[in-house]
Design a protein around this ligand. Structure first.
Ligand code: GUN
Length: 279
């Protein structure tokens, strides 16, 4: 039976460490969170981000803009926050309404304040080992692995999914930890064969319960980034947990695995923002 990697416990540790650092080092930081429109899921995420700021002892500024906000208006607000010395982090909640080009918005956020780690400069810095903000979900997966005692150095890591915010930065982070990394996607031939080589299998494909035990080597560590609601309203991931758990050595549950780590790492990025700004 696999060990369960508990994201609730580990994210609480990370947030407590942030809170301690803010108190010990008298860190003053402000995170500006911008939401355009009122997508219900975004409202929940934004609310949780504000609560986490309060918990660790930093300020948050909430900008709730109407659905019909123009790209120009949003870019003007981002530019204003870029110039504001009291603001260390800027986060524009995605998705944005269709009249706004997301890439343009991400590229307008100063890389010095890009606590989401989405700016091309942040992504490039990660690829060549320079200081910069790292995308929160993949950074959170590294914390989950390390704090659960999973050895990464020299291991075969297979990532399923090649998104800009999870799969690709995850590959760079695992490389930085000296894993041998393979990235699979919808055009990968013989997917089962490839995933079955993994000592560490990380799945971020957005397909409920897609990964069953035929995809997993006995004793592998399995990290599930997916989150879906099934027909009965129950949450599940990209991995068929009940099927895979008996053969894995460790596995993240959904909910309570990777999910809680994203906000914890956002807080870590906010606490470290001044250091990155001065690097
Ligand atoms: N929408 C869903 N997840 C995220 C995230 O981590 N950051 C931002 N900005 N938007 C999101």
């Amino acid at each position: 039976m696999a060990k369960r990697i508990d994201g609730k416990v580990i994210s609480a540790q990370v947030k407590d460490e942030c809170r301690q650092r803010v108190a010990d080092e008298k860190i003053e930081a402000t995170l500006a969170v911008i939401q355009v429109g009122n997508d219900p899921a975004s409202t929940v995420y934004v609310g949780n981000k504000k609560k986490a700021c309060e918990y660790i002892g930093i300020q948050s500024l909430a900008y709730e803009l109407p659905e019909e906000t123009t790209e120009e208006e949003l870019l003007a607000l981002v530019e204003k926050l870029n110039q504001d010395d009291k603001v260390q982090g800027i986060l524009v909640q995605l998705p944005l309404p269709p009249q706004i080009n997301e890439n343009k918005v991400i590229e307008t956020i100063s890389p010095k304040k890009d606590v989401d780690g989405f700016h091309p400069q942040s992504v490039g810095a990660l690829s060549i080992g320079q200081p910069g903000f790292v995308s929160c979900t993949p950074a959170g997966i590294i914390e989950l692995l390390k704090r659960s005692g999973v050895e990464i150095d020299g291991k075969e890591c297979v990532i399923v999914g090649r998104s800009n915010i999870v799969g690709k930065p995850m590959a760079m982070l695992m490389l930085r930890e000296n894993a041998t990394v393979t990235v699979c996607h919808s055009h990968t031939a013989n997917l089962k064969e490839v995933t079955s080589r993994a000592d560490i299998l990380i799945v971020a494909i957005g397909r409920p319960k897609f990964i069953t035990r035929e995809y997993v080597k006995e004793g592998a560590v399995v990290i599930d980034v997916g989150i879906h609601r099934n027909e009965n309203g129950k949450l599940c991931g990209d991995v068929d947990f009940d099927d895979v758990e008996p053969i894995a050595s460790a596995i993240t549950p959904v909910p309570g695995g990777v999910g809680p780590m994203t906000i914890a790492m956002l807080m870590k990025n906010c606490v470290e923002a001044k250091g990155i700004q001065n690097s």
